[in-house]
Design a protein around this ligand. Structure first.
Ligand SMILES: *Cc1c(COP(=O)(O)O)cnc(C)c1O
Length: 475
């Protein structure tokens, strides 16, 4: 309500003091909104839900479908049949962007465009809070595509600036979507096998250099490295690869799927941008910001490349992943986000410590992967499973049936063909990893009671399978 209407409201209820309070409340929320519009960063403190819904309603009123008396003569007029669907989207219906550019303002939808711009700005702030320097994160764009599809769009955009190039050098990571993103972009992957460094699976830098020399830099679209991954693989040697890419003038794309939650990974990315070459890094919205699956963020040191990626997106785009982030980031505030990051670090250390204690009690060991800041791996050998010809993967399904999700058993020697390429020891990111193991991750939002319940259930599974300290010694 503006001042004029508040005056009239005063007349209606016949009291000025109550309306005075309402006026103060309104001015507090107006000033919160002004801070957001002028500073274009995460608010320091979380916004209450009531404030968020009020602002959403106000902004939705700026879109043509919500103008009183508006008639639509076009073929796409945001006519929403179901009121349930309309309210699920807070009455936004036009999506974002125009056919030529996802970042462009949509004339029918000033409100949607505003939400997109503000959300991009808040996400950029969050990426910097995560540990990226301003140089590394000069710009970002949210896309309504999950990580794999976004990587495909990024690679396609980079390829367009390198006519004649067709190869993507890819230090192996056993996640099918990564490899598929290269093939979807119409490019040819060259798998760089990893090497073993004690328990850790890591980048073979010499092999990357040798492949560049063999094929020639001009035939290579990009090197695609990965930060966040399942242990015992550790993040690629981002800084070394960045230096190599700068030296050979080859683009460097980083898959940072859930890497925003690790300050270690973010510092490596920033260092790579400072002394070497990183063109873009891509991260998932759901894995980093606790929203439903459906979006990813491209970020990097060059505004023009981020903008080119936005222009590559064909057509208008869903606004849902953007709005989920808009709501979530306002509701988190920078204080909430920082708390979550700090808490995750504590959970990682707790989980690692408890796994160590568990491993010792069951005569196995926690794989030593200090460079992986998120994922951990517990060796499932030596155990009776092999001798009994039982697959360790049954442990994974037993955990799943006991309502433990997200753990993952990698059994030795699995073979798999992905995009026509044969892999040995699939899942372990390297041929012949010496043991089978169980993966667990300390990801953003995890709480200590979950860790405790996990160990209770894992203990039960060990008991049932008669492994570890429950092993039956025959004789
Ligand atoms: C999750 C993940 C992907 C795939 O992400 P989608 O969002 O499902 O496309 C790719 N690479 C890594 C390392 C991941 O963790």
């Amino acid at each position: 309500m503006n001042d004029d209407n508040l005056k009239w409201a005063e007349e209606v209820i016949g009291s000025s003091s109550y309306i005075q309070q309402a006026r103060q409340a309104r001015s507090r929320s107006e000033s919160l909104l002004k801070v957001l519009l002028t500073q274009r960063r995460l608010p320091e403190s979380p916004w209450p839900d009531s404030m968020i819904t009020m602002v959403l309603a106000e902004i939705a009123g700026m879109d043509s479908n919500n103008f009183d008396g508006n008639i639509g003569l076009g073929e796409r007029e945001s006519r929403i049949y179901s009121s349930l669907v309309s309210s699920r989207h807070y009455h936004f219906g036009h999506g974002i962007g125009r056919s030529g550019d996802i970042a462009e303002i949509q004339p029918k939808a000033a409100g949607s465009s505003l939400v997109m711009k503000l959300t991009n700005a808040m996400v950029l702030d969050a990426i910097r809070i995560s540990g990226a320097t301003k140089q590394a994160a000069a710009a970002c764009q949210i896309l309504p595509l999950a990580t794999g599809m976004t990587l495909a769009l990024v690679l396609r955009t980079v390829a367009n600036s390198r006519p004649g190039a067709k190869y993507v050098l890819w230090p192996r990571i056993d996640q099918r979507s990564c490899l598929k993103s290269i093939v979807t972009a119409g490019l040819i992957p060259i798998v760089i096998e990893n090497i073993l460094d004690n328990d850790q699976v890591t980048t073979d830098l010499d092999a990357v250099a040798a492949v560049i020399d063999k094929y020639g830099p001009e035939s290579i679209v990009a090197v695609m490295t990965t930060t966040s991954c399942f242990a015992p693989r550790v993040p690629d040697r981002i800084v070394d690869v960045a230096v190599l890419c700068k030296d050979r003038a080859i683009p460097h794309v980083v898959n940072n799927a859930y890497g925003l939650q690790s300050s270690k990974f973010m510092h490596a990315l920033s260092e790579g941008c400072r002394i070497g070459r990183v063109d873009v890094f891509v991260q998932s919205t759901d894995k980093n910001f606790m929203v439903p699956v459906g979006g990813a963020i491209v970020a990097g040191p060059h505004k023009s490349l981020i903008s080119d990626i936005g222009k590559m997106y064909p057509g208008r785009a869903s606004m849902s992943p953007v709005m989920d982030l808009f709501i979530t980031l306002l509701s988190m505030g920078s204080s909430g986000y920082k708390d979550l990051l700090a808490e995750r670090k504590i959970m990682y250390n707790t989980l690692r410590h408890k796994l160590q204690v568990f491993a010792e009690r069951h005569q196995t060991w926690l794989l030593d992967t200090p460079r992986n800041d998120i994922s951990l791996a517990l060796s499932l050998q030596p155990m009776d499973l092999d001798e009994r010809k039982q697959s360790p993967s049954m442990l994974g399904s037993m955990l799943f049936s006991r309502l433990v999700s997200g753990t993952r058993v990698v059994a030795k020697g699995a073979k798999k063909t992905v995009c026509g390429i044969d892999f040995d020891g699939y899942g372990a990111h390297i041929d012949n990893y010496p043991v089978s193991y169980l993966n667990v991750a300390a990801a953003i939002g995890m709480r200590e009671p979950e860790i405790d319940m996990f160990f209770e259930r894992l203990e039960k599974v060990f008991k049932e399978l008669k492994i570890g300290s429950y092993r039956v010694v025959s004789g």
